[in-house]
Design a protein around this ligand. Structure first.
Ligand SMILES: Cc1cc2nc3c(=O)[nH]c(=O)nc-3n(C[C@H](O)[C@H](O)[C@H](O)COP(=O)(O)OP(=O)(O)OC[C@H]3O[C@@H](n4cnc5c(N)ncnc54)[C@H](O)[C@@H]3O)c2cc1C
Length: 396
């Protein structure tokens, strides 16, 4: 009897978890299925690059997972029934149900319009590939001097505004930030940010809470109207509504609540990782939606599942922050070093070196996905029949 592990989502975390499970467990004992809507890996951390006309390396899953023992299923997940232990999927051939013994939920997140009027109709997003491609197309049709407003002063907003300004110096690029510019950074980090944005000619609107998006402007809470031929919305991510529609315990925003092994606190045969999970990190703070903390959640879940199936010792992968790596165009960057719970310390790395460092981080994240079973010591362990049936899983 094979233990059926179904992994939903082949983003940064799902793909890594599937590969790690394949490396840890004997093929004859488990059937690992990885379900993803798209046939190739989307490097979400580069969506601002895609939007500004750069071409990304194609990374087809079929090649990545060939000979790994992971079965790839290209389909749209439409629902999960945690009582019947099935996943509903649809593809070109119609609808189907996939039964599981263990589920790894890694469907990630998408943009968050936050209910601001006009956003859904007029704003562009870069949290997905279709969104980035739509913006790319729109930007190519903008004439010199036309305005682009990036809403959101977080990491994604900073990366988007600088990338657009660098790629299209002829455009009038502005950034609308709800708080002060980079006010979570160290003084040196803030200073560098201001310098680079200034050099790129980006107008910064601080303490500007955007309350409405129209076809040619955005309105702020204090009555300002900022001209915007294009509005790029980067104010936060939202998780898919699928988890919220299940009996799983989720937060108000729909993230699945998990314990330290990434196992659902309400359903022990379900694990959640990456953006889809509410994970408590150092200092009892929730981890932010990022690859930086998402990838260790994938390692932790895979190792915990393998340990529970084989009777091994439960792992304790360290999940902490080291730095925030911010690209500021292709030639500039800012590496802000942080405490374990993500608070800025004095040290920063800036300039060209920081840009190269960030590029290496992006490359290594994609490498980890593209080589799902390489680079790990092979420690395939036998799954006992009793554990495969789940008898022991629930009590461990
Ligand atoms: C522009 C941008 C820049 C970023 N920069 C950084 C950065 O520098 N550093 C950092 O740490 N983080 C960064 N992030 C955040 C990071 O990309 C996410 O936190 C990360 O992708 C989360 O990984 P994940 O595996 O949870 O989800 P994802 O990578 O989003 O993967 C989810 C997968 O599930 C699939 N999927 C979704 N719904 C369905 C469905 N219904 N059926 C089937 N398949 C489905 C998707 O196609 C995708 O393959 C950035 C994000 C953006 C948008």
């Amino acid at each position: 009897m094979q233990h059926r592990i179904v992994v939903l989502g082949a983003g940064y975390t799902g793909a890594v978890a599937a590969g790690r499970l394949a490396k840890r467990l004997r093929r004859e004992d488990v059937a690992i299925t990885l379900v993803n809507a798209e046939p190739d890996f989307v490097e979400r951390v580069r969506m601002h690059q895609l939007a500004t006309g750069q071409d990304l390396k194609p990374r087809p899953f079929r090649e990545m997972f060939a000979r790994t023992g992971v079965e790839l299923r290209l389909a749209q997940v439409t629902g999960v029934d945690v009582d019947r232990k099935t996943v509903a999927v649809t593809d070109a051939n119609g609808a189907e149900e996939l039964p599981y013994d263990t589920l790894v939920y890694a469907l990630g997140s998408r943009w968050n319009a936050q209910g601001v009027p006009g956003t859904a109709e007029h704003a562009y997003e870069i949290a997905s590939r279709p969104g980035a491609l739509r913006l790319r197309e729109r930007l190519t049709h903008l004439d010199a001097g036309q305005s682009v407003v990036v809403v959101g002063g977080g990491l994604t907003g900073l990366e988007a505004a600088t990338e657009i300004a660098e790629a299209r110096p002829d455009l009038d690029v502005a950034l609308a930030a709800r708080d002060g510019l980079g006010d979570w950074l160290s003084p040196k980090g803030r200073e560098h940010l201001r310098k680079v944005l200034g050099k790129l000619g980006i107008t910064v609107h601080e303490h500007a809470a955007v309350t409405a998006v129209e076809a040619d402007r955005v309105a702020t809470a204090d009555g300002e109207a900022i001209p915007a031929a294009v509005t790029v919305w980067t104010a936060g991510f939202a998780v898919h509504p699928i988890a919220k529609a299940t009996a799983l315990e989720v937060t108000g925003s729909g993230q699945i609540v998990v314990d330290g092994t990434m196992r659902s606190v309400s359903h022990p045969d379900v694990y959640a990782i990456g953006d889809a999970a509410m994970v408590t990190g150092p200092g009892d703070k929730p981890l932010r939606m990022s690859c930086a903390s998402g990838t260790p959640t994938a390692w932790q879940a895979a190792d915990a599942i393998a340990a529970r199936l084989t009777g091994g010792k439960l792992p304790n992968v360290s999940i902490r922050y080291f730095n925030q790596c911010i690209s500021l165009g292709r030639k500039e960057g800012l590496i802000q070093y942080v405490t374990a719970d993500d608070r800025a310390v004095q040290a920063v790395l800036t300039g060209r070196l920081a840009a190269v460092y960030k590029e290496l981080i992006c490359k290594s994240a994609a490498w980890g996905v593209a080589n799902p079973t390489l680079g790990l010591p092979t420690r395939r362990r036998r799954v006992t029949q009793e554990r495969a049936r789940g008898d022991v899983l629930h009590s461990a």
